[in-house]
Design a protein. Structure first.
Length: 457
């Protein structure tokens, strides 16, 4: 016992010595304090910072003169949507891509699909995804990484393109007038919180039932009953999805189901005719990756993409825009964003001069250190090319309302595109055969909690 106590004391002393060596000593603090010179310029900057936003002070006035809204190639956009206080940018973006196709195909002056309709089934399917995940992992302990991830992420309103494709192919589409927005669809925080709370409770109940030896059939019936409660909660907050409706297009009125409506007016093969590409310099290029459990529908598709150099992605985007086809696009929208003007430019803010230091990480390093990642989806619809065919700037249709940014759009410089663009969904006809061949290979499987693959909101 004495030997054990002595060993414990020695270990504690050693740890204490290490802590002292790694801590800020009085001498070190004095040295650190000496780096601040207390100049007149420092005092003036401090006085300004004390009562003003750093973003306002760092605004680069020179960049204000570089605004140009002219584009060499542009897809016609009709009407700006507004996701309001919700994380449904992925859904708005996907539906806006399809909306543009329907408007062009039928010569419509305006058209908008119901985001609320597909959002209802998104939340129902995500609830099933969580509950079935709990059943699938019922023999694992609560501190297992996968079980822990499930309970941390029972549901949310964010997502990505596979959610758009799987939901539409399964449930179809309806016009916005058939199932309009509600307060809870436009302000999702409270509904998300209540659904998440209930699903966690249900998850524990399923594990308790499984621990008592229940068979798979019993667990599936219990899950079905639980989903009935979820359905009722969604119907109360969002309204019950329509099953049949009448709609008039170019003077012709017909009755439709959501699936027949989609098949007649669009009918795209959203599963097989679209490719997701990504620019992630922290991983190998020309490689296919799949994200485990990153899907909206349990029986749907995991998110699969090809990682490519940025220049390869640009060529696909240019080809699509030149052919009047919008694209699903996602990026780290909050970086160097002038929201009022609707301009994304790495020169918008001069934080280096303001703070007297440099911020020198490149895109790969920002990804590796969790400083950057895709956060928002928008609809890529314009590019401005120079005489040599090189892009100078790009424009997206956003879903923050017509009064946000540049008439509801965001304009980004090509330099910003290089640094903060991450994902693009492209029709196969614009994708080179060498990239399509990569999709035929077995993908590298990444875990659901990989930090690069948070949902777009």
């Amino acid at each position: 016992m004495k030997k054990q106590m002595t060993l414990a004391c020695l270990m504690a002393m050693a740890l204490g010595a290490q802590a002292q060596q790694g801590g800020i000593s009085a001498d070190m603090l004095k040295q650190i304090q000496g780096t601040y010179k207390h100049t007149a310029a420092d005092k003036a900057i401090h006085n300004a910072m004390a009562g003003t936003s750093l973003g306002v002070l760092a605004r680069n006035q020179e960049s204000l003169a570089n605004f140009d809204a002219n584009f060499s190639d542009k897809v016609v956009s009709v009407g700006i949507t507004n996701q309001k206080q919700s994380g449904r940018c992925w859904l708005f973006t996907g539906l806006n891509v399809l909306r543009a196709q329907m408007i062009a195909k039928y010569g419509l002056k305006e058209m908008e699909f119901s985001q609320n309709y597909n959002f209802f089934y998104d939340q129902l399917e995500k609830s099933n995804l969580f509950l079935q995940g709990i059943i699938d992992t019922r023999e694992k302990p609560m501190d297992d990484k996968m079980v822990e991830w499930l309970f941390k992420n029972p549901i949310g309103d964010g997502g990505q393109f596979t959610g758009v494709s799987d939901l539409i192919l399964k449930y179809g589409l309806v016009p916005a007038s058939v199932m309009p927005e509600t307060y809870s669809s436009e302000h999702t925080d409270e509904l998300n919180r209540l659904l998440g709370l209930k699903l966690r409770e249900f998850g524990l109940q399923l594990r308790e039932t499984a621990a008592k030896g229940a068979d798979a059939k019993t667990l599936q019936q219990q899950k079905t009953d639980m989903l009935g409660t979820v359905y009722s909660m969604l119907a109360l907050a969002l309204g019950e999805p329509v099953k049949n409706f009448t709609y008039t297009v170019n003077g012709v009125t017909k009755e439709y189901t959501p699936l027949s409506f989609y098949q007649e007016f669009l009918g795209n093969d959203l599963d097989g005719n679209y490719v997701m590409v990504m620019n992630d310099p922290s991983r190998d290029y020309y490689q296919c990756y799949e994200i485990d459990y990153d899907r909206h529908v349990y029986d749907g598709k995991n998110w699969k993409y090809v990682n490519l150099p940025i220049e390869d992605i640009k060529q696909m985007a240019i080809a699509s825009i030149k052919d009047s086809t919008m694209l699903y696009f996602s990026c780290d929208v909050g970086k160097f964003m002038d929201r009022k003007r609707g301009v994304l430019d790495i020169n918008n803010f001069d934080y280096n001069s303001l703070m007297g230091t440099t911020f020198g990480m490149d895109k790969k390093q920002r990804i590796q250190t969790f400083a950057s990642g895709s956060s928002h989806a928008m609809t890529l619809m314009a590019v401005d090319l120079d005489k040599a065919g090189k892009p100078k700037k790009w424009m997206v249709e956003n879903s923050w309302g017509k009064d946000s940014g540049y008439q509801g759009h965001m304009i980004m410089t090509d330099e910003w595109f290089n640094e903060y663009m991450f994902r693009l969904v492209v029709e196969k006809k614009y994708v080179p055969s060498k990239v399509l061949d990569i999709l035929k290979k077995e993908p590298v499987r990444l875990p659901a909690w990989d930090p690069m693959f948070a949902d777009e909101e």
